[in-house]
Design a protein around this ligand. Structure first.
Ligand code: ADP
Length: 455
């Protein structure tokens, strides 16, 4: 999960807990307050009625009922019931059935002296009234219509309020987390664009003071060290292979002279020929390493020119066939594009030649018939060069390593090679913003597709 999403979720969780706790505490304290207030009113009603009933001699049963009816503060469904200590109903402001008398509650009232309870939404208050002449059990009850409707209103207001606040806080937290993480996303994007070929690029260090800027500064320092190490390695490979060239050429010349001189016997001649082959391989390896060192340069450091791909493939074909008489390179260009730009690339002549030549040479080298078949296709932006053979193929588990330097597939051990050709090809193609794709089936053959942007 992304940090931004995590922060948003955590923040919203905390805000929800706070808001819901706040809303719940407001709701419950108001609910308690309403209940207390209502029981106080019920108590007053109970005590006033009981007082009139028991202590004021002039107030008879009927008078009390009338007083009760004209009272202004009458509550919804208000009932005041007065019982003697034997649970006998003495007074009731409304008609009630004898079955309605709750003897269990009256017994509880005699023990507790004051009780409160609810049946549905109707609230009851019972009190043990000690009058001037006698003691009574008084139970008043009513429905707190206004209080309950206020409570309901408060409940809905709080729910809607909390929902609105949560929605706003979600949007704001998403917005702010995105805004504060934007610099990190920028750094990620810039880092993503840094490859071996542009190690000289640096990421934006922003204001230079906050944590993200510190990260960018440290990253840039690491890039500097990496670039220096890389440059050291590249120049070492380049210098070493360059230095090797002169003695190798000299040795080749001397051996050739010795063979041509005819002063050596057959056995020695065979030996010299074999040494010559090995020296040529060594020469190829050192040239390959030199090319690899060049391919690791930034594209801006390579000399680019306009190259027609069909011409370069023709030149490679001629060169390879001249060097290896048994190689057959079939070129099948069915349709040439109308626009000449579609077959032209802006590239390093030497490097592109090396890249395509490696793949074609592999196709011939790793197949018994030594046939490489080449086709060209043209897209709006890219030119696709497909090189196919019906050779030994590459085992599937080797295929993933095939672009690693000096890696050779298990079934290629008996065939000469150094394992740097495809590494070099991939580097060169990537350097020119292209792609390489390879498919292979053991025993059936290999297809390599090179994609290069045309003009
Ligand atoms: P090498 O000098 O060994 O040919 P490459 O880098 O050109 O080096 O190729 C790496 C390995 O990939 C080879 O050793 C071989 O195992 C395998 N390979 C490349 N191309 C082919 C192909 N056309 N057919 C079969 N195997 C191939």
């Amino acid at each position: 999960m992304k940090i931004g999403t995590k922060i948003t979720l955590k923040f919203n969780f905390i805000v929800s807990v706070i808001l819901i706790s706040f809303a719940a505490s407001v709701y419950f304290s108001f609910s308690n307050y309403r209940e207390e207030e209502f029981y106080t009113r019920l108590k007053e009603e109970a005590e006033n009625t009981a007082k009139l009933y028991s202590d004021v001699e002039e107030v008879t049963y009927d008078v009390l009922k009338k007083i009760d009816k004209i009272s202004e503060n009458i509550l919804t469904d208000e009932k005041v019931l007065i019982y003697d200590l034997n649970n006998k109903l003495l007074y009731s402001n409304q008609e009630i059935d004898v079955d309605e008398i709750d003897h269990a509650k009256l017994t509880e009232l005699k023990i507790e002296k004051e009780i409160r309870y609810k049946i549905g939404e109707v609230e009851y208050f019972g009190t043990f009234f000690i009058g001037k002449f006698d003691n009574f059990l008084v139970v008043s009850s009513a429905l707190d219509e206004f209080g309950l409707s206020k409570l309901k209103f408060l409940k809905y207001t709080l729910i809607i309020g909390v929902l609105i606040a949560l929605t706003i806080s979600s949007f704001l937290s998403f917005f702010f987390s995105k805004q504060s993480l934007n610099p990190i996303s920028d750094v990620i994007k810039q880092v993503d664009g840094i490859t071996i070929s542009n190690l000289n690029h640096r990421v934006n260090e922003g204001n230079g003071t906050d944590e993200i800027a510190q990260l960018a500064i440290k990253f840039n320092k690491m890039l500097e060290r990496l670039e220096a190490a890389f440059e050291m390695q590249r120049s070492f490979v380049s210098n070493a292979s360059h230095e090797l060239r002169t003695p190798l050429t000299a040795i080749t010349g001397q051996i050739e002279v010795a063979i041509m001189g005819g002063n050596v016997n057959n056995e020695a001649q065979q030996l010299l020929n074999s040494i010559l082959d090995d020296i040529k391989e060594l020469n190829k390896l050192s040239n390959g390493l030199l090319d690899l060192a060049h391919a690791n340069l930034d594209i801006s450091e390579v000399t680019l020119s306009l190259i027609r791909i069909d011409e370069i493939i023709g030149a490679i074909q001629a060169e390879l066939v001249k060097r290896n008489k048994d190689y057959k390179i079939e070129i099948n260009f069915l349709d040439y594009p109308d626009d000449e730009n579609w077959i032209t690339v802006h590239a390093s002549d030497q490097l592109i030649k090396a890249a395509i030549s490696n793949v074609i040479e592999n196709a011939c080298k790793y197949s018994k018939d030594h046939i490489a078949s080449i086709s060209l296709e043209f897209g709006k932006k890219n030119i696709f060069i497909t090189i196919q053979d019906s050779g030994i193929g590459i085992p599937a588990d080797n295929l993933v390593h095939i672009f690693e330097p000096f890696y050779r597939a298990d079934n290629a051990r008996g065939i000469k090679g150094h394992g740097i050709g495809l590494t070099l090809t991939q580097r060169i193609i990537q350097l020119h913003n292209g792609k390489i794709h390879i498919e292979s089936i053991v025993g059936k053959g290999t297809t390599v597709q090179l994609q290069l942007p045309h003009l």
